[in-house]
Ligand binder design. Sequence first.
Ligand code: NCD
Length: 322
Amino acid sequence: MGAPPPARRMALHGRDVISIRDLSRDEIEEILAAGRRMIPYAEGAKVTHPLEDKIVAMAFFEPSTRTRLSFESAVQRLGGRCITIADMSATSMRKGESLSDTIRMLSSYADAIVLRHPNEGSARLAARVSERPILNAGDGAGQHPTQTLLDLATMHEAFGTLSGLKVVLLGDLKYGRTVHSLAYALALFGAELVLTAPPSLALPEELQAPLEHLGARVTREADVSRAVADADVLYVTRIQKERFPDETEYRKVAGSYRIDANVLAHAKSRLIVMHPLPRAGEIAPEVDATPHAAYFRQAFLAVPVRMALLAAVLGEPRRGGR
Ligand code: NCD
């Protein structure tokens, strides 16, 4: 018998991560702490290979740059290897193969599957047929829990806490999966939320109710400059053009908000501007050179945070863990 088991045991080993609600507050905090320790490894300054004998499948059935490449970088920094589907048209799904068959097969080729798919609920479906953990990298307008982990890491790095932060969620709160996951996590950590969206892109009612249930302070402010005035974080999102059932509806809201030096003139000096990227005109390039811009740091933190998550799900189980 060696050292006693840790007081709070993270039982993420072998688990699926489909929705942010699959993770407890303690588990999120542990991933964030492990993510901070991973930074020098993500930068290549130190080396660790806990996934030396592991293969992770990247199954991306929708466009991706940062999510797929940061996951691949994370796997490789941990000494593992990837097999990747980056183009659906090059797979047998083109021949009519179902997602279930594709996942069942992939789960016999890899130790875990990172899945991005246009249909909401696809990751949950995949988890039912997969022998191996599924990490949801975006299921349509549903959830994007691993993005939330790196979003929280970015805020924590800037402010040393999440509780009490005033966070403006701006843009497409209807179809934006990053904000669907993030709003819940921020409420869980005691942040205050300000929802700023064109009326047709408001956060769906079924996603607002749980925030109130968690006791979060949630307000709505249509005017961006007013919303930003006493905020700590401005989280900007892209209008999810590809999710609109029709182009005229999209055109009505396209270009309806843009963050530039004028908007930020009203902000606190410590305000950070975040964006999951890609941006499509919502943040003027002039913001990049200001101390407010946090979106490129946010994109980098994807690597250490995903390393921490992969190591927890796939690495050696902790003593006493599952
Ligand atoms: C987002 C996504 O795919 O949901 N991008 C990302 O993962 N960093 C946001 C978007 O596409 O607007």
